[in-house]
Structure formats: C-alpha cells, structure tokens
Design a protein around this ligand. Structure first.
Ligand code: PLP
Length: 392
C-alpha cells in the first residue's frame, strides 16, 4: 500500500517531535523544562471565557456561515480599523480554525504548481510545508543574527522572478522575535509594488506581543492593500491556542476564494469559539498588556542570562516570545553534527527541551521559547550553560 507523494513530501513539525520526546522523559520521572512549544503559558482572559459559556447557554450550536457569523466578521473588521487603521468590510474577512488554516487557505487559493513563494528565513516551519502542499516552490531568503534576522528589501528584490507568486513572513517573528519597522516594511513594499502578480501573506499573529510600540502592517501602504492577505488570530495575543481561531483580512476576491476552499475542508470554525473571538475582537487589547509586559520582563531576563553563555550569538528580540541563538561554535564538538543533535544533547544532558533551528531554515541555531515562569527560565538557562560548557 502506498501513500501520496504529497504526504511523503512533507515533514512532521519538529516542534511537535521535540515536545513528544520531552514528554517521554517526563513520563520516566525526569524533571524536564520544556521551552519548545510556541504558546503563552497564560490563561484565556475571563470575559472571553464568559462569552463562550453564554454562547453555549444561548444555543449557538448550529452550523454557521463558512467564513463566520456576520457579527463576528463585523467585530473583526472593527478590530482591523481600531488597531491597524485598515478598512475591510465583513465580506473581506474569513474566520478559520486557527491562523494555520487561514494560511493554508490562502496558499491553496493563490499558488499554482511551479509558482515560487519567497520565504525569508528563519521562518515559521509550516510556511514551507504549506507551499509544498500547494504545489509551489519555496524560495528561501537567508538572514543573519547580525542584521536582526530581517530580510532587506534588496534581498527580496533580487529573489523575485517572473514565477514569484507571493512572499510570506511574520512580524513579530516566530522564531526570532524580530519586528519590522514601518520604514523597513515600506522599503519591502516598494520592491514588491512593480510585480503586479505578487501577493503578500503577512502573518501578524503576534501583533499584541510587541515590546516596541505600535504594530505595523505592510497592508497599510495603499499600493499593497489589495495584494496583502493579513493573517491574525486569537492564539497568541489572547492566549487561546486551543480554541483554534484565526482570520484574514483580504481583497473580496481572496476572501471569496478562501471561503470556497474552507467550505470543502472544515466549513466554519466552532460556533462557540466564534462568539469568544467576537468578544475578544471587540475588547480593548489593553486587557492582554499584563501578559505582554510579563513577556517583556522575561525577554530581558533571558537575554541577560544568554549573554553569559560563552560562544553563542543572540539578537535583542522586539516581540513574540522566542530567542534564536546562533550556536555554530558548538557544532563539531562532542560529536554534535547539527542543531538537532545539539537539542537532543541539551535534552538528554540538561533536561531542557528546545527546537532545532533546522526546522526554521537555519541549522546553526536553536529556538528557545520563554513562555515559562521566571524560575523555570533561570534554571533552564543554568542547565544550558552547564551542558554547553561540557562540550569539548
Ligand atoms: N503563525 C505563526 C508565526 C505561528 O507561530 C503560529 C503558531 O505557532 C501560527 C501562525 C498558527 O497560529 P494558530 O494557533 O492560530 O493556528
């Protein structure tokens, strides 16, 4: 019996693989500190939970329109205006089962076999696999810790060919925490503008976990608005990963296409979750500022601890909740051949679960998530430092 080339062509997310191994060690009684998963260690704000409970009691238990209830889409459109100064009508909003599905919908709707999609690295693992599932060809643009992991407009310009159909990136970024400034986004917009057939998938899921001030979207530039698919959702900003709520703001043409695609895959996302998202979208984001501020404090804590570890290079992340240290120095020592070996070593020796940079397009790095308590972070950094010191 054979499986399709499609499934054989894609790789399991290493984030999940590493978490599974950490769970196995924990089950054996080992005190593992897992810094491998990309989710806030906070609870969903109470009023959002109340809204969902009310929805159950009021029997919002039926199929909904594929792209979401009208009131929800109105709330999301209002959120785009309030937080991003972007004008969308409810017909330009599609709510999905997580931002992951929003991105999958978008890719399946715009990519034809052979189309190229630019993916600045380090990238979120799923982008590459989704491009492949859609039949496209990922074209990776490398960046370095020295330039804060940001792709320069000139690099993007150089990578564009007649086959380029889209570019996808996140800001704030998973796995680097980098945040593109308005000027940097404008420079990127300027090189994309002449390529009329090119879309931008702008992943803004970490919007509210931003330590430098106002969130900037590339869709704000008039020449980009029609061509940008803004992806956002509740997972990170409202600590709602398990609720599976993502959405896009896009042109009517794209929104209609994504609605049609989703209609054949999952239909709408859960009706109760939609009511929770409606509440969250109407809510002033200041309700989640305490979470953002806690992440900012941890960012500084971990930054200072990482700086004490010899021979690794780090940037100072402006958002999200990750560090992406350059660990090239340790490759070749103690039989370590790559970032996966190093993560395995740190799990076995230090009992800290991390993710190999290879999964994000750079094998000289590892990803550290600081979505954990300060005590755990201090202990984990101590263990990493000790384990690395033993590598000769
Ligand atoms: N985009 C980025 C950059 C992410 O890091 C994640 C989750 O890790 C997602 C999208 C997916 O979010 P969701 O939980 O809404 O599917």
């Amino acid at each position: 019996m054979t499986l399709s080339d499609r499934i054989n062509n894609i790789t399991e997310p290493q984030t999940i693989g590493m978490a599974r191994k950490a769970r196995e060690l924990k089950a054996q009684g080992v005190d593992v500190i897992s810094l491998s998963l990309g989710e806030p260690d906070f609870d969903t704000p109470d009023p959002i939970k109340q809204a969902a409970k009310k929805a159950i009691d009021e029997n919002f238990s039926h199929y909904t329109p594929v792209s979401g209830y009208l009131e929800l889409k109105q709330a999301v459109a209002k959120k785009f205006k309030r937080d991003n100064n972007l004008d969308y009508s409810p017909e330009q909003i599609v709510v999905s089962t997580g931002a992951k599905q929003s991105i999958a919908n978008a890719m399946l709707c715009i990519i034809n076999p052979g189309d190229e999609v630019l993916v600045p690295a380090p990238y979120w693992v799923t982008y590459i696999e989704l491009v492949k599932i859609a039949g496209g060809k990922p074209v990776v643009i490398q960046t370095t810790v020295e330039n804060n992991f940001k792709a320069a407009a000139q690099q993007i310009e150089k990578a564009i060919t007649p086959k380029t159909k889209a570019i996808i990136f996140s800001s704030p970024c998973n796995p680097t925490g980098s945040v593109y400034t308005k000027n940097e986004l404008k420079a990127i917009a300027d090189v994309i503008a002449p390529n009329k057939n090119m879309y931008i998938i702008s992943d803004e899921i970490y919007e509210h976990i931003n330590f430098v001030g106002k969130h900037e979207s590339i869709a704000q530039f008039p020449e980009m608005k029609e061509r940008t698919i803004v992806v956002n959702g509740a997972s990170k900003s409202f600590a709602m990963t398990g609720w599976r709520l993502g959405y896009i703001g896009a042109s009517k043409q794209i929104a209609e296409a994504c609605d049609k695609m989703q209609g054949q895959f999952t239909s709408a996302t859960c009706s109760i979750g939609q009511k929770a998202l409606e509440y969250a979208a109407n809510m002033d984001a200041s309700a989640v500022y305490p979470m953002r501020d806690a992440f900012k404090k941890r960012r500084d804590l971990v930054y200072n601890l990482l700086k004490e570890i010899p021979n690794i290079k780090i940037n100072y992340p402006d958002g999200a909740f990750y560090f992406f240290p350059d660990i090239a120095y340790y490759i070749g020592k103690g039989g370590i051949k790559n970032s996966t070996n190093l993560c395995m070593y740190l799990l076995d020796k230090g009992h800290v679960g991390l993710v190999p940079g290879d999964a994000f397009g750079n094998d000289n790095h590892i990803r550290i998530s600081y979505a954990a308590s300060e005590d755990k972070l201090i202990e984990a950094m101590k263990r990493i430092k000790t384990a690395l010191a033993e590598l000769k």
